[in-house]
Design a protein around this ligand. Structure first.
Ligand code: TXA
Ligand code: MG
Length: 301
């Protein structure tokens, strides 16, 4: 199907992706159309080996160090396109850079290898909605727009890859994600964070409201108000399992990341609740990615 230019949803260790041939402009255009994604927001291109990445991009020493340490895994690098880069210009959204990653999930790797070309794959949800961490989530939101959904079970990491821009003098995290900043800095030293508030944000997809639930979110809650559902973190006095889910009773941010999107979806029932109260999650490790997604989901309008 991929060789014929069609779209296939597949599991990665982070979230499910909506994949198409990254070297085929028409397949890439079909991805934007299926998601309703604005064309200024470029896609991540997935490879099964880093020698192919090195042909399509201009590598540097920092990229080398990161790749040796963290690939395959939840890390995406933004690099300059090589002069003979095979990747669709649409996938780069007209930029002279391309975002690349080597996923760790065996199904993703096997499919990329069998396809014989890299795959452009954004998260397999409608643009702006909560990302899918199971095949059932994909079927709910894109079921009629995709030729095939490969079911690889729930995603181990649960939040999208960390996006690191290596095209400027100083490496910058454009999107906190499944690889913690602390780990990246231990490998290459201090990195900047681009929170999208600059005049010219380096990550075009970061400006829009994202990960939107139908119900409003109330962040930093300590318990639920009348009518609200509670998304808890750590031990809590409240124990009504009809209105509460706990990201991690043990207070583990890695476990919380893996549960985040599935629990947000499960509580997002406008007929039953008036809103979702979310308890605070510490701002370290994968907690940064969790809080980033929650803040964007809480943006209204
Ligand atoms: O974990 C993931 O990264 C998942 C799985 C499927 O691999 N994919 C994913 O793709 O989250 P997507 O398209 O939903 O997010 C891509 C992010 C966006 O924030 C986009 O703006 C940024 O990467 N991005 C892509 N290409 C870029 C580029 N050339 N320069 C700057 N940012 C880029
Ligand atoms: Mg996405």
């Amino acid at each position: 199907m991929l060789r014929a230019g069609r779209l296939v949803a597949l599991p990665t260790e982070t979230v499910y992706g909506l994949a198409g041939n990254a070297t085929d402009e028409r397949a890439v255009a079909a991805i934007f159309a299926a998601k309703g994604r604005p064309h200024f927001n470029p896609l991540i291109v997935h490879y099964s080996d880093d020698s192919a990445v090195r042909r399509d991009t201009i590598f540097n020493e920092t990229a080398d160090a990161l790749v040796r340490r963290f690939w395959p895994g939840p890390l995406t690098l933004v690099l300059p396109r090589a002069p003979n880069c095979r990747i669709s210009l649409l996938a780069s959204a007209g930029l002279d850079t391309v975002a690349v990653r080597l996923p760790a999930h065996e199904v993703a790797r096997a499919v990329i290898e069998a396809a014989g070309h890299p795959l452009a794959a954004p998260s397999a949800n409608l643009s702006g909605a909560v990302s899918p961490t199971s095949a059932a989530h994909v079927a709910q939101s894109l079921g009629d727009k995709v030729s095939l959904i490969l079911d690889g079970g729930p995603c181990r990491v649960g939040v999208e890859s960390t996006v690191v821009d290596l095209t400027a003098v100083r490496p910058a995290i454009l999107r906190p994600g499944g690889l913690a900043r602390e780990e990246i800095e231990a490998a290459i030293g201090p990195v900047a964070e681009d929170d999208g508030s600059d005049d010219a944000p380096r990550s075009p997809g970061r400006l829009v409201r994202h990960y939107a639930t139908r119900l409003p979110l109330r962040l930093g809650a300590t318990d639920a108000h009348e009518g609200e559902a509670l998304l808890a973190f750590g031990s809590t006095a409240m124990s009504d399992i009809r209105t509460m889910l706990n990201l991690s009773v043990a207070g583990d941010v890695v476990e919380a990341a893996a549960n985040l999107f599935a629990m947000l979806r499960a509580l997002d029932r406008p007929g039953e609740y008036t809103g979702i109260a979310v308890m605070g999650v510490p701002e370290h490790g994968l907690g940064r990615a969790i809080n980033d997604r929650l803040r964007r989901a809480a943006e209204r309008g």
